[in-house]
Write a protein that binds this ligand. Structure first.
Ligand SMILES: O=P(O)(O)OC[C@H]1O[C@](O)(COP(=O)(O)O)[C@@H](O)[C@@H]1O
Ligand SMILES: [Mg+2]
Ligand SMILES: [Mg+2]
Length: 340
């Protein structure tokens, strides 16, 4: 049998190299600040990934004994991930305002360390799944300071379409970082030995239509009519079509990651119990909506494009439906019907 003389690839594209290449493409206008900020964020993802992987071994599971502004009992990993991100983002010297799910108020960075970007983030997403070792993640969105601003909350109470970058890191069988800077979506996998995120999912494009729906149907008794009718239409399809499969992990990062790769629809509607929906606009809905649109999908509240919403509070919530273009448009027809 002939010897396999093929040499392993020596041309691996790391996240750092890929971000730099995008910056070089932008030419002299790019100062490198966003590149350095994204590098600070990737380091936080590696740090959090390490702690998630050994959480049960180092007593990092369970409650931290505090409650956050949302009234949720904070998990130890919520608090640790939040501290890791706040420290790294402040020290980067590239940020002016930070908003975290785990902090009541926005942080305005002191003058000597202040930069020109604002970061909104969910340090640990999917907290209800931590202790079961199910996929969890970190979500982030980046705005640029408004012209002439020194950094105030108004710099982040801006429509999602003004974000300059967004992404998430999923901590599961491997750590996957998925990122957009407004030029498409790329996915990277952490090579633990190398300690580098490697480009493994270049130019992610969500399929036009999928076969999977992802809703917490445990809330069905509270769902509004359009959602009930939509779910009926895909679970009991007419004209011989196959019903959709249900997949729901209960970590937004994991459910959205699968939806971006396989297609279909993820939804967390507002309902008769949670009038505004559960997911937070700034650091959950906006980043995921930007990634979805950049991958060729659609992200809506049912009646409005999520990225057009102008936030009024940093922890406000909104209904979320996102995924394949044709699937989300199908859902929207039921909302249009209701408005007629
Ligand atoms: O348990 P439910 O009601 O289905 O909610 C699950 C949703 O809540 C979240 O866990 C909220 O995020 P946090 O864990 O960051 O608070 C999402 O990740 C997930 O999509
Ligand atoms: Mg979350
Ligand atoms: Mg969280």
């Amino acid at each position: 049998m002939a010897e396999d003389t093929q040499m392993p690839s020596t041309d691996i594209v790391t996240l750092t190299r890929h971000i730099l290449a995008q910056q070089i493409r932008l030419g002299p206008a790019a100062t490198g600040d966003l590149t350095l900020l994204l590098n600070a964020i990737q380091v936080t993802s590696k740090f959090i990934a390490t702690n998630v992987r050994k959480a049960r071994l180092i007593n990092l599971v369970g409650l931290a004994g505090e409650t956050n502004v949302q009234g949720e009992e904070q998990k130890k990993l919520d608090v640790l991930s939040n501290d890791i991100m706040v420290n790294a983002l402040r020290a980067s010297g590239k940020t002016a305002v930070l908003v975290s799910e785990e902090l009541d108020e926005a942080i305005v960075i002191e003058k000597r360390l202040r930069g020109k970007y604002c970061v909104v983030f969910d340090p640990l997403d999917g907290s209800s799944n931590i202790d079961a070792g199910v996929n969890i993640g970190t979500i982030f969105g980046i705005y640029k300071l408004k012209e002439g601003s020194e950094g105030t909350i108004n710099d982040v109470l801006q429509p999602g379409k003004d974000m300059v970058a967004a992404g998430y890191t999923m901590y599961g069988s491997s750590a996957n970082l998925v990122l957009t800077t407004g030029q498409g979506v790329n996915g990277y996998t952490l090579d633990n030995a190398l300690g580098e995120f490697i480009l493994t999912h270049p130019d992610i494009k969500i399929p036009q239509r999928g076969k999977i729906y992802s809703f917490n149907e445990g809330n069905s008794m509270y769902f509004h009519e359009p959602v009930i009718k939509y779910l009926e239409s895909i679970k009991y399809p007419k004209n011989g079509k196959a019903p959709y499969s249900a997949r729901y992990i209960g970590s937004m990062v994991a459910d959205v990651h699968r939806t971006l790769l396989y297609g279909g629809i993820f939804g967390y509607p507002n309902d008769k119990k949670t009038k505004t929906g559960k997911l937070r606009l700034l650091y959950e809905a906006f980043p995921m909506a930007m990634l979805t649109e950049q991958a060729g999908g659609v992200a809506t509240t049912g009646t409005q494009r999520i990225l057009d919403i102008v936030p009024t509070e940093i922890h406000q919530r909104c209904p979320v439906f996102l995924g394949s273009k044709e699937d989300v448009e199908d859902l929207q027809t039921f909302y249009k019907e209701e408005q007629q």
